[in-house]
Design a protein around this ligand. Structure first.
Ligand SMILES: [Zn+2]
Ligand SMILES: [Zn+2]
Length: 343
């Protein structure tokens, strides 16, 4: 029997899950973002302007979904000498309800830039959720956001100058950026390490790749790098959000993962031409295949699978995930697939 890890049915829709517009410090209007991304084959953009939750439902139609979302920053120190802060937590909150324009974890005293407030209602601006730079404070915020129908991502740890001690105790995060185009192009490339660290602690986090673009139409210098391919039955807000929540997607800065299933202990994979394909697990057992233009691969995981339940019960959940690297070094990452999904 085949166990489909990426859904068998439906189609892929390309998404940029991190974007700034004139609502905060970006240069394009929300409509210009839609136009530029649609020209390049995207069907979904999350509008994640800083601090202000502003829906752009007027942009959603049968060819495009505008995800209602925003990005919050929780800084450790003050801005010094024009250079930002010490460490900072940046998180995106993605609303399952497209019309959501009020966030219970909004913090009026942290609104930046001030003009973003022009797009919000007085009721929305009356909220003052307490925020401080600590795991406890962040976990309380994430829990409240989850309860109120938001998926929460943890963004660009490297640019935020964060390391293991900053993110180790995070709970309830849905996704973590391993690729952020703006940060990567500015010299702060992220990695899968925070994702593996959180997975090892039993957190079910998904890898994300996104642009975090601020550019105007004239340069587009931080656009069209990292993206997510969502596999869903149709392009509709609710369907897309459900697929994202379940993890029916992969994230990439280049290569494609076209098919992924397990049959009788053997993992089957179809990709765009790859130079390296790895299967990475929670243990010191990994598989790595190198070549030129690899497109169809199988990995026999049956011995690994036989012992996975024992490991899950004793230690952390057993999982495997797939990394596909192309000839130019760009990668596609599957999410982690957990023991109960395939055993
Ligand atoms: Zn950010
Ligand atoms: Zn951002």
């Amino acid at each position: 029997m085949k166990t489909y890890l990426l859904p068998k049915d439906g189609q892929f829709y390309k998404a940029n899950l991190h974007m700034h517009t004139v609502v905060s410090d970006g240069k394009m209007t929300p409509a210009e973002v839609k136009e530029e991304y649609m020209k390049r084959g995207y069907s979904i953009v999350a509008y994640t302007d800083h601090e202000a939750l502003v829906p752009h439902t007027e942009l959603t139609d049968d060819k495009f979904v505008a995800i209602t979302s925003y990005e919050i920053a929780t800084n450790k120190g003050a801005c010094q000498g024009g250079f930002p802060f010490e460490q900072t937590y940046h998180m995106n909150l993605y609303a399952k309800d497209p019309n959501k324009d009020l966030s219970p974890v909004f913090t009026m005293s942290r609104l930046w830039p001030a003009h973003a407030g022009n797009y919000m209602s007085e009721e929305a601006k009356a909220v003052e959720w307490p925020r401080e730079y600590s795991i406890e404070s962040l976990n309380a915020l994430i829990a409240r956001a989850n309860e109120d129908g938001f998926l929460v991502s943890y963004n660009h740890p490297n640019w935020s100058l964060q390391n293991y001690k900053d993110y180790a105790g995070l709970r309830g995060v849905w996704g973590v950026e391993f690729y952020n185009t703006g940060c990567a192009r500015a010299g702060y490339p992220d990695t899968m390490q925070p994702i593996d660290d959180l997975l090892q602690q039993g957190e079910r986090v998904f890898p994300l790749a996104a642009d975090d673009a601020h550019a105007g139409k004239d340069t587009l210098h931080d656009c069209f790098g990292g993206f997510v391919m969502v596999k869903a039955e149709k392009l509709a807000y609710k369907t897309v959000m459900e697929a994202l929540e379940k993890g029916d997607f992969y994230a990439s800065s280049g290569p494609a993962i076209e098919e992924l299933y397990l049959e009788d202990g053997v993992l089957h994979l179809k990709t765009s031409p790859a130079a390296k394909v790895e299967v990475i697990t929670e243990r010191r057992s990994r598989w790595c295949r190198r070549g030129e233009g690899l497109t169809e691969l199988t990995f026999d995981l049956s011995d690994y699978i036989k012992t996975s339940r024992e490991v899950s019960e004793k230690r952390a959940p057993s999982y495997f995930r797939i990394t596909v690297t192309d000839a130019s070094g760009e990668t596609a990452q599957s999410r982690a697939y957990f023991e109960e999904e395939w055993n």
